[in-house]
Structures are given as structure tokens and as C-alpha cells.
Ligand binder design. Structure first.
Ligand code: PAF
Length: 281
């Protein structure tokens, strides 16, 4: 695997290749969720580029940024094993050569005002800043994103629309990788002790039960019951457990039985904020 730290070196290399470029942007602390994106890219593209950059502009909580795990040596090893072709490992100055000036002109609309957008002000703006810059640098044909960050996937699709790149960059959303208990893989799971990590499976168990039993008549009741169950089984706070239109993320109070919906969750266990989702079709 080639490793580039400078934008100019990476671009010089990529410009020489006649290749279908697949791109997997990450913030490192890689787990099997990320590796599944690399594998998917390798199947569909001739060169796979992964970036590792802990983007300071997307952390609305400075403590979260400070605590973000850095495991670069293991990350490189995992990428090598997965057969990743290129790792882009830039410094903050390479990504933000004019310094960190928060840009606020992304017309994301409604999507930015709900769920993660409401709970983490400025977060998606920061995601757009870094992804826009990375897409300009890498200029990929395909972009691989994990469904675990479902709202982020919708935001990035919207960003690509705003960049007028919809015909140039195909967005591939890959299924969430889960631990054997059902807990969605996340770098944040590392911050949980074994007991909480096991208890956190209640989120997935609740999704599965909801999917099995939900009807237009009982949707509100089941969501309320699932919230209570999640709190009884170890979570201390739920930011949201809601149904939403799977395309627009407009919250759905009572399901009409036809619309594709997403169940979206964010909550705290042992002081760690976890998110997850499931799509009901
Ligand atoms: O999902 C992530 O890891 C990040 O939000 C991303 C897309 C790499 C942008 O920093």
C-alpha cells in the first residue's frame, strides 16, 4: 500500500492512473465496518483509496475530539491486509491550508435540522467541509459510506448534488457491520467495558422486534415501549428513538404502512454516545 501525506503527491500519483477510483473516507480507529467498505470498493473499482483524517471541524464537543482514538499503526496493518491500494494521511494544514475557518454555506435544508443535526449543531457543516475537500483532492468515481451513519449518508449525497457531481461520483452505501450480539460496530464501542458492551445489544434487539411487530396501529406504542426497554437495560439517556421517512428523514409519528421508514437511535451508555439505525421496507 502506498501512503501519501501531501495532497500534491497523491494527486500526482492518481492523475497518472487510468483507473476507476473507489474512495473510503475515515477518521481511523478502523474496525470491520471500515474494512467491509474497503472490500466493497476493491470489488467494484481498480484502485481503492482510504483516507484517515480526524477532522476537527466536525466535533461540536471538544472532549469528544480529544478522546478520539488514534490507532494508526493497527489501521495501516488492517488496510494492508484488506488489500487497500492507497492511504491518504494528511495533516490539518494539508486539508485546511487557509486555517480552520468554519464555512457555513451548505444548503443542506431540513436534513440538517433533525436528529444528529439537531443534537450536534455544526457537525454536518464540518462533515461537508472535509468531504468536499477530500472529494476535490481524490476525485473518485465511487464513494463508499457505511449505513451506520445513515443521516451522514443522506447529507453527503446532498453535498454531492450541491457540488454538481451527481453524475461523476456514485455513492455506495454499505450495510452496517455488527458484532455477534448485534451491536453496530463503532470506534466508540472501545470505550465501553465488557458489561456495557454486552448490554448495548438491546438497541439492535429492539430494532429487530420493532421490524417484526410494527403496524400502522401500534407504531407509536411500540416505539415508546422500546425506549423504556432500552433505558431499563442499561442506557442512561436516549437522544432519540424515532421513525422517519427513509429518504427525507422527516419524523413519522404514525406509520402509514407503505412508506419506507428508518428507525433511528442515539443514546448514552456508560457515558458513551452510540447511534444506530435500521431501514424497514
Ligand atoms: O464517518 C466518518 O468517519 C467521518 O464523518 C468522515 C465521513 C470520514 C468525514 O470526516
Amino acid at each position: 500500500m502506498l501512503i501519501f501525506k501531501k495532497v500534491t503527491d497523491l494527486q500526482h500519483y492518481l492523475n497518472k492512473q487510468q483507473a476507476i477510483i473507489g474512495f473510503v473516507p475515515t477518521m481511523g480507529a478502523l474496525h470491520n465496518g471500515h474494512i467491509s467498505l474497503i472490500k466493497e470498493s476493491k470489488q467494484k473499482c481498480s484502485i481503492t483509496v482510504c483516507s484517515i483524517f480526524v477532522n476537527p471541524t466536525q466535533f461540536n464537543d471538544k472532549k469528544d475530539f480529544d478522546k478520539y482514538p488514534i490507532t494508526i499503526e493497527q489501521d495501516i496493518l488492517q488496510l494492508e491486509l484488506a488489500g487497500c491500494d492507497v492511504l491518504f494521511l494528511p495533516t490539518v494544514d494539508e486539508i485546511y491550508p487557509d486555517g480552520i475557518v468554519i464555512k457555513k454555506d451548505y444548503e443542506l435544508g431540513f436534513i440538517e435540522t433533525v436528529f444528529e443535526g439537531a443534537k450536534r449543531p455544526g457537525h454536518f457543516n464540518g462533515v461537508c467541509m472535509v468531504v468536499e475537500r477530500l472529494l476535490h483532492i481524490v476525485n473518485p468515481n465511487m464513494l463508499f459510506l457505511g449505513q451506520k451513519d445513515y443521516q451522514q449518508c443522506i447529507v453527503i449525497k446532498k453535498l454531492i448534488e450541491l457540488m454538481h457531481k451527481t453524475n461523476d461520483i456514485k455513492v455506495i452505501i454499505c450495510a452496517t457491520e455488527r458484532e455477534t450480539t448485534g451491536l453496530a460496530m463503532s470506534s466508540r464501542n472501545e470505550r465501553l467495558d465488557a458489561i456495557s458492551r454486552d448490554k448495548a445489544k438491546i438497541v439492535y434487539e429492539s430494532f429487530v422486534a420493532l421490524k417484526q411487530h410494527i403496524t400502522p396501529q401500534n407504531s407509536k406504542l411500540l416505539i415508546d415501549a422500546a425506549k423504556q426497554d432500552i433505558l431499563n437495560k442499561g442506557f442512561t439517556l436516549i437522544d432519540y428513538l424515532s421513525l422517519a421517512n427513509a429518504n427525507t428523514l422527516e419524523p413519522v409519528d404514525v406509520w402509514d404502512g407503505k412508506t419506507d421508514i428508518a428507525i433511528l437511535f442515539a443514546g448514552f451508555i456508560e457515558g458513551v454516545r452510540l447511534i444506530d439505525n435500521m431501514i424497514l421496507q
